[in-house]
Design a protein around this ligand. Structure first.
Ligand SMILES: [Zn+2]
Length: 298
């Protein structure tokens, strides 16, 4: 949904809440406190409140209870706009940009985007195992690209393995989904790499493709069908290449250096989750509906 459609669809707070009710309950409201289905519209008071009443636990509630939209005093329409702007941004939208676009305070927008990213990362953690041709790779992200030699005699190359940037590992299904996350410490170690791949990739249904980094060496002994490409010799050998994951890395890096270089490394996992989420819904016809569903998934 683009921003104009969103404005036209949700002209009143009631329309936004109606939409959220449908996204969350699909016409069968459930009490968020006791899970009872014996609920009815709250009768006393203002229709505008659009609250429900549970006949089991007697509590009153709205569709926002228990979701990221609850208890923020931010109108749902503002939330929807933030979701849409995050989805529509080609690279990644900064809180500065969205705050300017919507005339809101930057810290408010930052915390909204933070909640959205947490929900995106939860959604990613629940995705099914990858299969088919799966490329695995690691990269290093963070900081600002160094210009020249500002810090005196610190002339060591600051790219590649073993630098102070955050190491990130990722797997991608050729033509399909991607999952990436940062790694603790300063280097990617085989143990962490193997754990990550085993967690996200279906060993029996996959041809795993990596470069010849020694960390991947033992994947075959762990039961993976595994092919490697030696990048010092060639970039692709027929279908044996890691171009998909490398394309994703360059997307993430453009987003990082373009929008987030002033943010803390602490949130790298959430920025990665956002990049993965957006990549994974790139072919979706209703990415807004999908994101809203992920936001209210209990
Ligand atoms: Zn109840």
């Amino acid at each position: 949904m683009n921003i104009l459609e969103l404005f036209q669809t949700f002209q009143t707070p009631e329309q936004a809440l109606d939409h959220l009710e449908k996204a969350r309950w699909h016409g069968k409201p459930v009490c968020p406190y006791c899970r009872s289905e014996k609920v009815c519209r709250h009768v006393s008071g203002d229709r505008k409140a659009q609250r429900w009443q549970c006949q089991d636990c007697t509590r009153a509630f709205a569709a926002t209870v228990g979701t990221i939209f609850h208890g923020t005093h931010i109108p749902l329409k503002q939330w929807f706009l933030v979701l849409a702007l995050m989805l529509n941004a080609k690279k990644s939208a900064s809180a500065y940009q969205i705050a300017r676009d919507l005339g809101m305070r930057r810290p408010t927008v930052w915390s909204m985007m933070h909640r959205v990213r947490i929900a995106m990362s939860r959604d990613m953690a629940q995705s099914e195992l990858m299969y088919g041709i799966v490329e695995a790779d690691e990269t290093y992200i963070g900081g600002k690209p160094r210009k020249g030699n500002r810090r005196g005699n610190d002339t060591k190359a600051k790219t590649g393995r073993g630098t102070a940037k955050t190491p990130v590992i990722g797997v991608i299904e050729r033509g399909g989904r991607v999952i990436a996350e940062p790694v603790e410490g300063r280097k990617v170690h085989f143990r962490g790499l193997h754990k990550f791949i085993a967690k996200h990739v279906d060993r029996d249904a996959t041809l795993l493709i990596t470069d010849e980094y020694s960390g991947y060496g033992a994947m075959r002994s762990r039961g993976f069908r595994h092919a490697t490409i030696n990048h010092s010799v060639m970039y692709a050998n027929g279908m044996i290449h890691t171009n998909s994951i490398e394309g994703f890395w360059s997307l993430v890096k453009r987003a990082w250096y373009g929008s987030h270089h002033h943010y803390s490394k602490r949130y790298m996992h959430l920025y990665l989750a956002e990049a993965c989420y957006k990549f994974n819904v790139r072919k979706s016809k209703d990415d807004f509906g999908g994101l809203l569903a992920a936001m209210v998934a209990a």
